[in-house]
Design a protein around this ligand. Sequence first.
Ligand code: TYD
Length: 211
Amino acid sequence: MSQPENKLRGKFITFEGIDGAGKSSHIAAAAAFVRDQGRTVVATREPGGTPLGEKLRELLLHEAMHLETEALLMFAARREHLAQVIEPALERGDWVICDRFSDATYAYQSGGRGLDREKFAQLEQWVHGHLQPDLTLLFDLPSAVAGLRITAQARDRDRFEQERVDFHERVRLAYLERAAAAPHRFAVVDADQAAELVQKWVEHTILTNCL
Ligand code: TYD
């Protein structure tokens, strides 16, 4: 199926990167920037974004489980998120800014955990074969630098943040592979630089690609 022919359809922008890349702080600023351009924005996240999805997030981040269960729950939460939040918002003409989406499953569950990416291609086709992000902003930085940022934060670390540097380096490489395979959709920024510079880049990239 091709992308729905709704001329008023809003834009779907996703933010991706390894833990500690700093994307979360940029998402609120990006949403404010798009609102300043006169658009209605739904800012949401994965796993999560719905009452059921947030319950699944709690399990995914803190409960030990089989690797394939983890991957399937990511897609289950996504199915709900698409049905309840993302698709209705885009159909209304709202913009959706989402903290992670299916690229994260390729990066973490395939790159990081080592699961077969072909399985994810099938699940992706099933769950959102008709819909891909219009733009994906990838925050890239060495996993050792990201690791230092995470350890500097005084809070409990979730199951993914507790993984070793080599896990995060595999996640990073999988993200970069995804970006190289879909250059029309991805924009990659060096996240190892001043936050103001990264924010300027985010705004410029959204302006030139979506507005
Ligand atoms: P994250 O955006 O890092 O949340 P926070 O900023 O609150 O720490 O997302 C939570 C974790 O979920 C992150 O470590 C990556 C992981 N994740 C996957 O492993 N696969 C997925 O498909 C998604 C969406 C997230």
